[in-house]
Design a protein around this ligand. Sequence first.
Ligand code: PMP
Length: 406
Amino acid sequence: VVDIDWARIRADFPLLRREVHGKPLIYFDSANTGQKPACVIEKVDAFYRNHNANVSRAVHALGSEATEAYEATRVRLAKHLNVASEDLVLTSGTTFAINLVAYSWGLPRLKAGDVVLLTRMEHHANIVPWQLICERTGATIRVADLHPDGSLDLDALYAAMTPEVKLLGVAHVSNVLGTINPVAAICKEARKRGITSVVDGSQALPHMAVDIAAIGCDFYAFTGHKMCGPTGTGALWARRELLASMPPFLGGGEMIKEVRYDGTVFADPPHRFEAGTPNIAGHVGLGAAVTYLDDIGMDAISAREATLLAHLTEEMTAIDGVRIIGTAQRKAAVVSFLVEGAHAHDLATLLDLEGVAVRSGHHCAHPLMAFYGVPATCRASLAFYNTHDEIEAFAAALRKVRRLLG
Ligand code: PMP
């Protein structure tokens, strides 16, 4: 393993030099949205200053530059994920990507008697679209449960894959618990039974190398803003034959071959699913983010975050009255926690006064909160740009807050 100067890498993130309430910022909310390196900010800025034009429309020089830059991100992402770029639909993020699957794949296919199988740890983005489709088709949702440590009960999950199940939705990494799910094994079981699989990769891509081809899923959705990219970016990867058979989700410009009032011929995928002017500058920035991550190396990032997670877990376990929720063997650097007798929001508010940014609430995962019997948790989520010093300062802040709360 090459020695990486993580202090130099941290210096790439201008926002991390900020102070909050007169204290140095400790940003432990990267699962919510990640911070951006200067190269991404500069790429977006340079796009607007020097190349701004709409994509796929103009033949003038700027138009081709913009189109080239936008399409280069598709190619860059495809390489990063080991898939073909024609099978990647650029979207505003995971929410759009899963809704696209629900409306274009699910709505025409699902019917009364069919079952959509989801796990207890799904984000609302992989629950609510399916509920909307089930209401319209008469299909129903089945939920596969977890072990108390926050890992999936695989026996229960496989037993739930009965012949009525047409679709399986599973998070690659839980945004609340950090659990890394064995999605390749799960998708293999689904495939054996003729079940179409959609993997929510939102929380996986920021932390690890992801090879979609090796996972063997049918759909893989992700968001760019958690992996150093701008907000309003992301993509859906889909198996080519599925994408080819799907009707458009939204109609408009950019997604057609020919429009007449008596009928329209749609463009081929992926453009069939990219109606209207996309987030061009954002996706150009996402391309720079992927290059940045690849230059560091995803395996180096995973290894760095594993040591940060071990340190954070050790510090937190040593504090009396702190309960960590989610202790699975395979975890990304996400730690949900509660302090005895304190509400999660009070904790987060007091931590903020110490300069610490953590998220508190239900983390868009009501059913998971219900499973643990809590209304909310605090969540400290790390990225490779965090430091061991920050972890120690966080632990000191947590001790102080715990004393304040009695
Ligand atoms: N799924 C998971 C697991 C997430 O963590 C998030 C973001 N919190 C989403 C889906 C939704 O992503 P976005 O809001 O970028 O569409």
